[in-house]
Ligand binder design. Structure first.
Ligand code: ADP
Ligand code: MG
Length: 335
């Protein structure tokens, strides 16, 4: 335990020279200068112990994740990261925790050129709230931001990267599944150190018709696009569940015999598992080559998992096109 006070703590761990910001940490406000022809994109996400992370998580990974989930929102809007603020409640000053936390946080910030320009620090149950600021160009009077509301019938539905691995890691950590150590390590990185798809989001400006990041489960987040666009969708559950990267290594942790999870379980982890932080987006058929080029340029794999239809609602099918009941609910803090 240390005697470090609030202001020394900020000075030591969170104050760095301003880069692009006009004014960073140290005054009553930070100052950012929006570039002409751009809009500010702003988003906040809070991480609460026991709710969003386990008390045992490595602090460097927690610092990374706290910013990653916010950068993922900028990615979903196609915004370029600029800066962020950090509001932190700490039960006590533990420099053995603060050092790696700040390191994990600021390493990801540096990787995305997103600078810490201010925040607030208080005593309380561990709680991390970040607000990010990004920019999107306005071209010929039109914002280039990707929105949830732009999906149109006939558009293809795509998702980036892999699905369900974070949810599987959590199942293992909670003792409901078991997996070889190397598999858990890989899945756990997806849970604890997600890679926000910032480059892909920017590459999709002017190409995608709608986008959202998958944080609460694919189908639930797709529901937001469908409602806000006034459309429906057809989703191939088997293509989606083929995107679980660490599949085939898990067994049920309880019971007398090792049993593999059932097909329905894989579908559920892929379609409703949380914490993927992938981009789910739509694009017209004419943009197929442009989507592939954006994926290549951002070095982010993208898979077509379905299509947008005029009829509202979500229709799930298996790999043979047979209808499946949609029993998959996504995470809701008050649900
Ligand atoms: P005020 O009381 O005027 O809100 P504070 O004393 O809370 O200011 O903070 C002093 C300065 O330190 C401010 O510039 C604030 O933005 C910054 N700051 C406080 N906590 C953090 C933090 N966790 N990370 C980065 N900057 C912080
Ligand atoms: Mg304050």
């Amino acid at each position: 335990m240390s005697q470090l006070g609030e202001f020394e703590l900020i000075e030591r761990y969170f104050k760095r020279p301003a880069q692009r910001a006009v004014l960073g940490v140290g005054d009553d406000c930070a100052l950012l200068q929006p570039r002409p022809g751009t809009q500010l994109a702003i988003s906040s996400d809070m991480l609460v112990e026991g709710r969003h992370f386990l008390a045992t998580v490595d602090p460097a990974r927690l610092g990374h994740k706290a910013l990653a989930v916010n950068l993922s929102d900028l990615a979903a809007c196609g915004a370029t990261p600029l800066a962020f603020t950090l509001a932190l409640a700490l039960p006590h000053v533990d420099e053995g925790w603060l050092g790696p936390f700040a390191h994990g946080l600021l390493a990801l910030a540096d990787a995305h050129g997103c600078e810490l320009v201010g925040g607030d620090t208080t005593r309380g149950p561990l709680n991390i709230c970040i607000t990010v600021f990004g920019e999107v160009p306005v071209l010929a009077g039109r914002s280039q931001a990707l929105l949830r509301s732009g999906a149109r019938p006939g558009d293809a539905l795509y998702v980036s990267g892999t699905l369900g691995d974070a949810a599987l890691a959590l199942e293992v950590l909670l003792g409901r599944l078991s997996a070889p150590a190397a598999v858990l390590d890989a899945a756990r990185l997806r849970l604890e150190q997600p890679s926000p798809r910032v480059a892909l989001g920017q590459a999709l400006r002017g190409i995608a018709s709608a986008a959202i990041d998958v944080s609460d489960g694919l189908l639930g987040d797709l529901g937001h696009i469908l409602r806000q666009s006034g459309v429906g969708a057809l989703v191939d559950a088997d293509v989606a569940s083929s995107l679980v990267a660490t599949k085939s290594y898990y067994t049920r942790a309880s019971g007398q015999f090792d049993t593999q999870p059932a097909l329905a379980d894989w579908r559920r982890w892929a379609l409703a598992g949380g914490d993927d932080y992938e981009l789910l987006f739509t694009a017209p058929p004419s943009a197929e080559a442009a989507v592939a080029a954006a994926a290549l340029a951002s070095q982010t794999p993208v898979t077509r998992i379905g299509q947008i239809e005029a009829e509202p609602g979500l229709r799930l099918v298996d790999g043979q096109g047979r209808p499946l009941a949609n029993r998959y609910t996504s995470f809701d803090h008050f649900g």
